[in-house]
Design a protein around this ligand. Sequence first.
Ligand code: MN
Ligand code: MN
Length: 469
Amino acid sequence: MSEAEELKKRLFNEKKNGWEIASEEEKNNIFEYANGYIKFLNKGKTEREIVQNSIEIAKQNGFKNIEETETLKQGDKVYFVNREKAVYLAIIGSEKLENGLNIIGAHADSPRLDLKPNPLYEDNGLAYFKTHYYGGIKKYQWTTIPLSIHGVIVKTNGEKVNICIGEDEADPIFTITDLLPHLAQDQMEKKLKNGIDGEDLNLLIGSIPYGNEETKVAEKVKLNILNLLNMKYGITEVDFLSSEIEIVPAFKARTMGLDQSMIAAYGQDDKICCYASLTALMNIQNPTRTAVCMIVDKEEIGSMGNTGMESHMFDTFISELLNKTNENKPNMLDKVFTKSKMLSADVDAGFDPIYANVSEKNNASYLGNGICMNKYTGARGKSGASDANAEFVAEIRKILENNNIRYQISELGKVDVGGGGTIAYILADKGMDVIDCGVPVLSMHAPYEVTSKLDLYSAFKTYKAFYQI
Ligand code: MN
Ligand code: MN
């Protein structure tokens, strides 16, 4: 090596493809870990399903419901479920909580179509569900794909009916129709964002009228659908008023690519970080600082409400940890927060060569290059950003470098092209040090998103190392 080459090697921050430097053993670990993730995705597509499956995994690993414990001591593992849509988990560390917590937070909700409160109608012999989209979607992507129906209907007597239709091979699926190209002349002239109206995202669910031609009632197709629902679930139309039903892609999560390096699936934003942070917590023993994992709801629509990160439910959980470890005293919660460190585990826009012009190559995150940190998010002059302090970034870098984990630090797109946000600012607001730290995704928010298995495993290793500082 020439002197200049050596100097360059020493001074440049060279971007390396993670696959090129992964050992055979590491590659095996990556593929095996990804298989578990694919199974996790195929068992849960909604926040309620993810929360339920996460609790099951936690229980298998010795976690107990915090409401069933009177006191907590070092090494104890507990979880708290917030209205079936969010879960907070903790392993009590050897240090006092007073010294701060190591927290990783991800979100289980993903963009989708929710049913309206009065969803069912019939039009010209076809029955439909009306929807209201949830989160940032490109509406045209949600037509002409197989869709499934997930959710709950709660009756006034308190009975809760769980619904999941379209995942089992024996189930029917559903779809939203689009116009044939032959008659789409006007539609094709529209701007892409106006090509499909929100009010036209109506799910086609039936076409057989009730009875026969002698049956003299109006809306026979709707009646037939309600009759089927009544026989199967014991519900009537009014019960939709107290339901939460989500329409999600019926696609299975699959290995992708001839080299099997990637994963294609619905809802990887942010179920990929849910899985990585949850399994990281399951794989540590006796942490020094108390380790907390949270899987929250409503991130895609602003984190509001009592299951979103803005809610004080999380503070209540930490107060309960303080009460049950006998550490609580006035102002203790605030003190704990100011000494806590947090990774806001959320996905980042991966660099897409087909749409290279929205990224700035030096500050984009690349599939296969490992865990990705966003020092800040926001848009237009960093507006609305939670900007991680350089001191904290250095601390995280040290953990990653000491553990030989490949990482990249990027921005979400070119300056003034767009932007985004996560839950990071909410925790930073409580006084914690926070940085966004997740996995690059292609086609983010589309019905089928793409990630790299290497980056997924890199996230798992990062989160595990973070819990152990
Ligand atoms: Mn996200
Ligand atoms: Mn998102």
